[in-house]
Design a protein. Structure first.
Length: 91
């Protein structure tokens, strides 16, 4: 599996923050100590942000989903899988 680099993942996270699609979350911490939580609109927006980097799309979505709250992880997994299906159809 391809791995998204930390700097590229951080860029995606920053882009989503600018669009106000990531909210601060309690007790959710990534390795750099940044508290984030992805909204449903945010994970859908990931598709547009990473369209130019098709090779890393799965890794980026997985890394961002991992940074979200555990209680929402199953919901995010369904959304991510749905997005990945859309990607597969477009290729």
């Amino acid at each position: 599996m391809l791995m998204a680099t930390p700097s590229f993942t951080s860029k995606v996270v920053r882009d989503l923050q600018k669009l106000r699609l990531i909210k601060k979350a309690q007790n959710v911490k990534d390795k750099r100590g940044v508290f984030i939580k992805l909204t449903v609109e945010g994970i859908k927006t990931v598709k547009k942000i990473i369209d130019y980097d098709i090779l890393h799309r799965r890794a980026i979505l997985q890394r961002i989903a991992q940074k979200c709250g555990v209680s929402k992880l199953h919901v995010l997994s369904e959304i991510v899988n749905s997005l990945l299906s859309d990607f597969e159809k477009e290729i």
